[in-house]
Design a protein around this ligand. Structure first.
Ligand code: ADP
Length: 207
């Protein structure tokens, strides 16, 4: 199995931005959010069960999950979130395993999991945990600009995630992303060199 770096961070910390920089260096990306979208997209593997569980009201015309309808349902019936996750999570886990296994061409895999710190099975799967860290005020500013949400709405999402201190405590490595993109590059380059070495070590031990 490839060497797996689990990448995580709070909403708006810069996970996608950091993941792209690793991808540019030839690292294989396995993104659990992208997998969740694919599973709940048109002809997605989760859609039959989602339709059977929640009915046609949550289906879009193209057969994908109608996210606005699902959000409304979760708002009126909190157990719906748990039932949706019970359908999606095992499929995401299986698909991400398959993608990690298929990535042997790459020097190592970056497995992007927004709730990695909160999810024991992903923590166990990662050989190394990399946390993208930034000030909470920066998270709020970025997400209000990106998604047009209010600061209160972003704070509510953040309150449902691990705290900054909990993520820092779970990290093997940190990328600090408060500033300019240019400040990220040397951090990514240094970590990439370190991971190449660790991945070579794992390959060696595995033989
Ligand atoms: P996440 O995937 O953790 O939610 P993103 O990588 O999407 O975060 O970053 C959130 C937003 O902030 C995006 O619009 C992104 O372009 C922007 N962003 C991230 N890092 C920086 C940075 N260092 N400088 C400027 N903008 C950034």
């Amino acid at each position: 199995m490839s060497f797996i770096v689990g990448l995580t961070g709070g909403i708006g910390s810069g996970k996608s931005t950091v993941a792209e920089l690793f991808a540019e260096r030839g690292v294989a990306l396995v993104d659990t959010d992208a997998i969740a979208h694919e599973l709940s997209g048109p002809r997605g593997e989760a859609m039959d069960e989602i339709g059977a569980t929640f009915g046609n009201a949550v289906l879009s015309a193209d057969g994908s999950l109608d996210r606005a309808a699902m959000r409304a349902l979760v708002f009126s019936d909190p157990s719906a979130k748990r039932r949706l996750e019970a359908i999606l999570h095992p499929l995401i886990r299986r698909r991400s395993d398959e993608c990690c296994a298929a990535a042997e061409y790459a020097p190592y895999v970056l497995l992007v999991v927004p709730l990695l710190v909160e999810t024991a099975s992903y923590r166990r799967r990662a050989d190394r945990v990399l946390v993208v860290d930034c000030d909470e005020a920066v998270q709020i500013a970025r997400v209000t600009a990106r998604n047009g949400l209010s600061a209160e709405a972003v704070q509510a999402i953040m309150a449902a995630q691990a705290s900054r201190a909990e993520r820092q405590a779970a990290a093997d490595d940190l990328v600090f992303n408060n500033g300019e993109l240019a400040e990220l590059l040397p951090q990514i380059d240094a970590l990439h060199q370190q991971y190449l070495e660790l991945a070579r070590g794992k390959l060696h031990v595995g033989r």
